[in-house]
Write a protein that binds this ligand. Structure first.
Ligand SMILES: Cc1cc2nc3c(=O)[nH]c(=O)nc-3n(C[C@H](O)[C@H](O)[C@H](O)COP(=O)(O)OP(=O)(O)OC[C@H]3O[C@@H](n4cnc5c(N)ncnc54)[C@H](O)[C@@H]3O)c2cc1C
Length: 295
């Protein structure tokens, strides 16, 4: 690995200036789980790393009934999974975070780093999209607040400008009668990253679906909202037929990638399975067809 200088700013303003001044020769570093792999493989050869570890503004997980949840970008996956606040108010988010990667990565990798790397085979972006989360970007020029859809632009591409860092993630306060389920499919148990994932957050009264937000991740370059499936569910009493129909709409409306982990047809079928399982679980129904190994 190439030698580099390790810079430790203590304010967002200072970090932003460092990133702007050093340009392409420099990278921000949080937990380092993605960045160090890239550097060891010499895909990235920065001369300077700007550590975010001393920026207090990026720490902490807080909640209030009016503004909802604030997760500092430096929160590790394990912090999100273990947070009493997250577990109480957003159990679907805690459940998702508890399944990311493996214990080593969960205890080192941060939620901010996960979003900024924009790897499509990851868990938080789809779940956060279904929760209508926002990403807060800070720089010496001020602050921008983007939806997940605005932040994730393409395969490994985000809306971050070169002098910006993600400071926090905000999730709106939960509305009464809302619950969520996050499901993922792993091709093999040894492979940590999801091949397909579905997040569903819905407001319901028993089997009546009042409102739904569905996002698919893992199989598409960036997570996508499935608005036609959401509209189909809303106002409908969900039964096993509905579960199948929603899963079919979801599978039809995505544009999956083809790569060495799975071609587009395989991914579409796995998304259909995971979607069916997710909708059935949220409404307390049996999965009409049992197959695959999601967890
Ligand atoms: C073996 C393995 C298995 C994995 N499995 C999964 C999985 O199952 N599910 C899943 O979701 N993820 C998985 N991951 C990915 C993991 O979640 C990410 O590597 C991790 O969250 C990245 O966070 P980090 O703090 O380590 O980022 P870093 O490696 O420090 O940084 C990653 C990138 O983001 C930038 N960056 C980091 N923080 C910020 C910030 N606040 N503002 C601006 N830019 C920033 C860095 O410059 C760098 O380009 C896996 C990773 C590994 C190594």
């Amino acid at each position: 690995m190439r030698d580099f200088d390790f810079l430790e700013p203590t304010t967002v303003h200072e970090a932003s200036h460092m990133l702007a001044d050093l340009g392409d020769d420099c990278r921000a570093i949080a937990g380092g789980t993605a960045l160090m792999l890239g550097m060891r493989q010499r895909m990235l050869t920065p001369t300077h790393l700007v550590s975010l570890g001393r920026l207090p503004q990026l720490r902490g997980i807080e909640f209030d009934e009016k503004n909802g949840l604030r997760i500092g970008a430096l929160s590790r996956h394990a912090d999100v999974a273990a947070s009493a606040i997250v577990r109480q108010h957003y159990p679907v988010l805690a459940s998702m975070a508890s399944r990311v990667a493996n214990p080593q990565v969960r205890n080192q990798g941060t939620i901010g780093g996960n979003l900024c790397y924009a790897d499509p085979s990851t868990d938080p972006p789809g779940c956060l999209m279904a929760l209508d989360a926002k990403v807060v970007l800070g720089s010496s020029r001020g602050e921008r607040v983007l939806s997940i859809e605005e932040f994730l632009v393409d395969y490994y591409v985000t809306a971050l400008e070169s002098d910006e860092i993600v400071t926090e993630i905000r999730v709106p306060a939960p509305v009464a009668d809302t619950s969520g389920v996050y499901s993922r499919f792993l091709r093999t148990a040894a492979e940590h990253r999801p091949l397909a994932s579905v997040a569903l957050v819905a407001r319901r009264e028993g089997l009546l679906c009042r409102e739904a937000r569905i996002a698919v991740g893992g199989s598409t370059p960036i997570p996508v909202r499935l608005r036609r499936a959401e509209a189909f569910m809303e106002g409908r009493t969900v039964d096993e037929n509905t579960v199948n129909e929603v899963a079919d709409i979801v599978a039809t409306d995505i544009d999956p990638v083809s790569d060495t982990r799975g071609n587009a047809d395989f991914r579409r079928e796995m998304v259909r399975v995971v979607a069916r399982r997710t909708v059935a679980e949220l409404f307390g129904l049996n999965d009409p067809l049992q197959e695959g190994t999601a967890r």
